[in-house]
Design a protein. Structure first.
Length: 606
């Protein structure tokens, strides 16, 4: 029997590793920028063409590499970050695996130009599909210049499944933000197709946050800092009024590394309990500094999943720190007992010099429809002597039955649901509309029902081209993060067709001059919700671009959870829902209503 197990060639092994490390152009930028940070760079420039499909270039002024190091850096598991296994528990660098550069070189054409400070001549190295094409000396500044062309050119399946340029550019900006928010002392620039998207100078952390997200956003942040034996926690959390349902900027970092941690996310939210509406999300930027031995980052090649040794104590410290920041810096009215030197203000006495309310006199026997015998009739019937009553008596409202009358009243017959009178609806927890039907109890999700109603309305208006812009009284400027600008640029033509008028002011700021006629609400909040919703997933079942935008606009203007509705408003929602083409599901396939059968109710009650 012949042997069937054999070693894979390095080119195949590198392509397999690249499947985990390099998933899209954003992964390349993340790895190269992190290497530049580890090299001690103070200025990092990133240039992309066609959202990274055609070219990605990262230039830094770090330490650089020698001729031998430049060649060895593209070998698998070659790294300058660690020497032995124990170093994994004392990491102070972003990278340590030694897989990034060989993975990039396995699926792209890479050109590296680098030089160290103690050398006069640098090195230029060209690699394609893990094979060295050329290596020669060249003149270049100190640092490294990586140029990655034609990503996934030898893996056509992976290149085929890349998203649109707008989506890939958004992923690049998202990965870029997770790095620039950690290193405010490093200057960064980002160019896309010759356009400068970011130009960030070195400064403080708060200055970096405001440079990325805008000055208005920085005004809603509260500083937070706590030092303990298990580690230090610092950063900024948003004021309760800055919380919003979509598009909240939430970041967790540990030892200069971005991480995803649902447990610590709940710790932050627990501090905002009963301070923000249900479903709202506050912004926060939380930075952990713990001993490297107390965390494990060697879980996944992306290094975003991190395990803490003392998760529960850290959870309690984080929640207490956020509560302390909210309590100390939020404006709360206080009682001032220092009254020395202040004028003496007398206490109000309702019985002393009180002004009595005016009395209203009228003739109760006056009847304007009763004819008088003569103009000289008695003063009781004379209009001049008996003027019309100044205030009509309030009409008496029918008294409602007590709660016990409701509990023990006779059951409502089914025939009453078919009468002309509208049925009485009940809103449960500001989320569901409950009403009786012949077969039992119908429960309607008020937000999803509103999405379905508005979706069909906006889609019909778009098809008939009846959506016209309505100028706002005072145009307002809205600042978007770089990742949001990429999404906005993608949907801007369709927004214009639907009646929005946005003017680019530069620097990620746009002026909202008009919104579609008939759409109500804050124009700035409306545009923000549309952009935030467009960035989210879950648009299955939506085919055309018009349907996507109609769904986005419907989500942004739908009746939100927690909004209290009157019986007439719930009746209107129910009637409009049943006039839609599909009453059961939203455009993205979520259930709108359900019916609890009468038999099940009887079984539950025994």
């Amino acid at each position: 029997m012949t042997d069937i197990i054999q070693l894979l060639p390095d080119t195949v092994a590198n392509q397999i590793a690249a499947g985990e490390v390099i998933q899209r152009p954003a992964s390349v930028i993340k790895e190269l920028v992190e290497n530049a940070v580890d090299a001690g760079a103070k200025n990092i420039h990133v240039i992309v063409l066609d959202a990274g499909r055609t070219s990605i270039q990262v230039i830094d002024d770090g330490l650089g590499m020698s001729e031998t190091d430049a060649r060895l850096a593209f070998e698998r598991h070659a790294t300058s970050k660690i020497r032995k296994a124990d170093d994994l528990f004392a990491l102070h660098t972003m990278g340590f695996r030694g897989e990034a550069l060989p993975s990039i070189a396995a699926v792209a054409q890479v050109e590296l130009t680098t030089r160290t400070a103690d050398e006069e001549i640098g090195t230029r190295l060209c690699i394609a599909a893990s094979k060295v094409v050329s290596q020669e000396p060249t003149s270049c500044p100190v640092g490294s210049n990586f140029k990655v062309d034609n990503l996934f050119y030898n893996v056509p399946v992976r290149r085929k499944f890349l998203k649109s340029n707008a989506t890939e550019l958004n992923n690049i900006l998202t990965a870029f933000e997770r790095i620039i928010l950690v290193y405010p002392d490093i200057a960064f620039t980002l160019h896309s197709n010759g356009t400068e998207l970011l130009n960030l100078r070195a400064g403080s952390l708060l200055q970096r946050i405001t440079d990325v997200f805008g000055k208005r956003f920085g005004q809603d942040l509260l500083p937070m800092e706590v030092n303990t034996a298990m580690g230090n926690i610092m950063g900024y959390v948003g004021k309760p009024e800055s919380a919003k349902r979509k598009g909240a900027h939430q970041y967790l970092f540990v030892n200069g590394r971005y991480m995803k941690h649902a447990y610590f996310h709940k710790a932050v939210l627990s501090a905002y309990e009963r301070l923000i509406p249900e479903g709202a999300q506050p912004p926060y930027f939380v930075y952990f500094e713990v001993a490297p031995a107390d965390i494990d980052v060697n879980i996944h090649p992306t290094k975003t999943e991190i395990k803490f040794e003392n998760e529960q104590p850290v959870w309690q410290i984080l929640s207490a720190a956020v509560k302390d920041a909210i309590g100390r810096f939020c404006e709360v009215p206080t009682i001032d007992f220092d009254t020395e030197g202040r004028p003496d203000i007398p206490v109000f006495d309702p019985l002393l010099n009180a002004v009595q309310p005016p009395k209203v006199t009228y003739n109760p026997s006056y009847n304007p429809f009763k004819s008088t015998a003569s103009p000289s009739s008695s003063s009781a019937s004379s209009p001049s002597s008996s003027p019309l009553p100044s205030f009509a008596p309030a009409s008496s409202k029918p008294s409602l039955p007590a709660d016990d009358d409701f509990l023990f009243s006779d059951p409502i017959p089914a025939q009453s649901l078919l009468s002309e009178k509208s049925p009485v609806h009940y809103q449960y927890k500001g989320r569901y509309i409950m009403t009786a039907v012949k077969s039992g109890l119908m429960i309607i999700d008020q937000y999803r029902a509103s999405v379905r109603i508005l979706f069909e309305k906006y889609l019909a208006q778009t098809a008939n081209r009846t959506m016209v812009p309505q100028s706002v009284l005072f145009p307002e400027a809205v600042k978007f993060a770089p990742s949001e600008v990429a999404i906005l640029q993608d949907i801007l033509p369709q927004l214009a067709k639907m009646g929005f008028e946005l003017v680019d002011l530069g620097g990620g700021s746009y002026a909202v001059n008009a919104i579609p006629n008939g759409v109500e609400g804050d124009p700035v909040a409306l545009v923000r919700n549309i952009v935030a919703d467009a960035a989210e997933k879950g648009e299955a079942g939506v085919s055309s671009q018009n349907e996507k935008l109609a769904l986005t606009l419907a989500r942004a203007t739908a009746v939100p959870y927690g909004q209290l509705l009157s019986n007439e408003e719930m009746e209107a929602v129910t009637n409009q829902l049943f006039s839609c083409s599909n009453v059961n599901y939203t455009p993205d396939g979520r259930a709108i209503l359900c019916i609890l059968p009468q038999a099940d109710i009887e079984n539950l009650l025994g």
